[in-house]
Design a protein around this ligand. Sequence first.
Ligand code: ADP
Length: 615
Amino acid sequence: MKLYFKIVIFVLALISVSLWVDIHFTKVAVTEAMSAQIADSAVAAAGSMTQEFQKAFLSGKELDGIKALHAFTQKTGAAYAGMVAGDGTVIAHTNVALAGTRLTDPLMGRAAHSPGAIFRRITYNGEGVVDTVIPVPGVKSASSEDILFEGLGQTSERAGFVRAGLPLTPARKAEKAIIFKLLILALAIGAAALALSALFARVILRQVSLLREGIRKVREGNYDLSVQVISDDELGEVAGSFNELTRGLAETTVSKKYLDSILESMPDPLFISDEEGRIIKTNKAAAEFSGYDFSPPAAFNLKALLEPQAEGGAEPFSLLAWSGHIKELDLWFLAKGGKRLPVMLSSALAGPEGRRQIVTVLKDTSQHKESEARLAQYLKEVETVNSELDAFAHTVSHDLKEPLRGIEMFSGMLLSDYAGKMDPQAGDYLARVVKASGRMRRLIDDLLSFARVSRVRNPYEDVSTGRLAAEAVAGLSALIEEKKALVRVAPDLPTIFCDPVKMGQLFNNLISNALKYNDKPVPEVDVAAERFGEYYWKFSVKDNGIGIPSQYSEEIFKMFKRLHSRQEYGGGTGAGLAIVRKIVEEHNGKIWVESVEGKSSTFYVLIPADLRKQP
Ligand code: ADP
């Protein structure tokens, strides 16, 4: 029930009760007053007949009493009247049957002790009467002569009582008139109070209705508002607090309208559903993407529109119930017309317990899928070309080696067999041919080992890199001895999952370079490793050699790139670092060099600790 009606009903009830109490007590008071008045008139009538009553009491004869009572009833209109002696004995009564009986009722008892007349209201023969007991004074020492000549003389002791039932009829009329007037007055007061209370309630409730309107707007998402404060009472305080609340909300909360416009302008399809998947809301992109008209949204269930991409793939809603959110799950979306579109789904639970909703955003991955497929195709092609190239390099190198061996052999034979028969010029040319073919052989060998890195796939295993480094150092012992070098391998090199042959070659190439490109009297080489993030080990091979000019720190990793003349620093073809880089790349790693020219170089190699795990 509305507060307005509650207030009005309350006021009405209050007025009715107070008016009823008022009328009741007024009625009682009026009755009391009227009864007293009737009793008074009876006392006056009895007073005017005192002598008759005294005489009757003195004679004690019923007949005398009846005469006096008859005159009394004629004066007063009493329904009954009696003369009662001090001890309650009825001397005479209009109801003659009562003569000689004794009245012992409480009114008589009270009358014995009361100085004046007393009365009460009773019903007599179905009529209301005022039952009144009037004392009759006695006569002081009167002789019969005195009475004859001077009347009864001085009154003294009580002679007895006159008891009469005086009719209420005139009082009733007056009472009715008063009550009627009172009722009219009460009705008028009630109507006025009702009108006033209605007005009062309206004034009080105006603040409430302003608040109610404000709350409705907030519920619609319009937070930036304030209601008018029209009273400075508690309701006014509530309105003030409400305004503070909306101000706070407007500052901290994004309005629903604002949020809606963001959702609508989102390029990705968005669905808001209940926990059962029943769609509650979608954005424009959702309709465009799916081809469905989502009005009314409840007719669609998101669960039915999604399908795992792989056989036995995860069901998104059970995944969501388990983890609370889903990130980038590949699924099929069943669009209108039975089209299956590849999507990436991200979902999260939102809202309070019991009223949970699921916010789902789909990403159309059809283009992504296409480019992925294209990329895979390119990769395949590149791999084919690469392996063809490797195979080509391998065959060419092999095929080249054959005639090269012939050239070397026959030039050697020429040099030895025709040593004295050739003029010096021809001997010099021939020596150059031998040297050039030797270099060509080395180049072909290096080319072969470079091609072998990608052509040969050795099984991967968990290998101690400490052991691989130690083996490389042992293989280089002659060079170490020759250079009087110090090579230190840190004791804590890790075990990693790798191709052991190629990783051994990596250590060999880096350590031999560190020794080769070193002009210090005591070349020093340090091989170490440290953890790099969660996924990688960072190996380092540090020397105190000639260093590398910074502009070449990238160049040196290219095939056949050397920074020095052929003879310097023990010669070489410039394939060593190119091979190392290929090995590192095959292990999904990275290689780079940091150097101080003339002082030192450090080669860093990042290798995943365990290639079986994803970063
Ligand atoms: P090679 O040693 O056969 O010349 P590499 O590919 O191993 O070929 O090295 C390429 C070039 O990089 C070398 O010629 C050299 O100039 C430079 N280099 C490699 N390692 C070092 C090093 N530790 N200190 C200085 N320079 C180096």
